[in-house]
Ligand binder design. Structure first.
Ligand code: FES
Length: 134
């Protein structure tokens, strides 16, 4: 058997291996989302807040804190109802207070808080969103 014949024979039997790498990449890329830094270059005065896609950043007398906007029931994005002092879920009406504690279900877990650091320049914030395993 020549080398050419051997390579053709291997290629005929192992063609399905060509699909493994793209499949591995697809699954790997969608199973783990690395930690993310969100940089906010604007400063907030005490009592102000900023609504972002994934979190709400509050500036208090004790410092800033960021709270997730993802409902702990099934993952809908929460609305901030500041006049009522709650986060409300549009999907199944769970409600959370401004510290993330569950006020009414069906959600059972409190909202997670994210770490907030001051920006290196002194004005603004860096919010650290944790890694996610989907
Ligand atoms: S997803 Fe928010 S209460 Fe169900």
């Amino acid at each position: 058997m020549t080398r050419r014949e051997l390579l053709i024979k291997i290629a005929k039997r192992a063609w399905w291996l060509l699909f493994l790498y793209p499949l591995y990449r697809f699954i790997g890329a969608h199973r783990f989302r690395p930690p993310r830094e969100v940089r906010i270059s604007q400063g907030l005065a005490v009592g102000e807040h900023l609504v972002e896609e994934d979190f709400v950043l509050f500036q208090t007398q004790n410092g800033p804190y960021a709270i997730s906007r993802t409902c702990t029931h099934l993952g809908c994005t929460l609305n901030l109802l500041l006049e009522e002092g709650v986060f409300a879920c549009p999907c199944h009406q769970s409600r959370f207070d401004l510290n993330g504690r569950v006020l009414s279900g069906p959600a059972k877990r409190d909202l997670p808080l994210f770490e907030v650091k001051p920006m290196e320049s002194g004005k603004g914030y860096v919010v650290l969103l944790p890694a996610k395993v989907l």
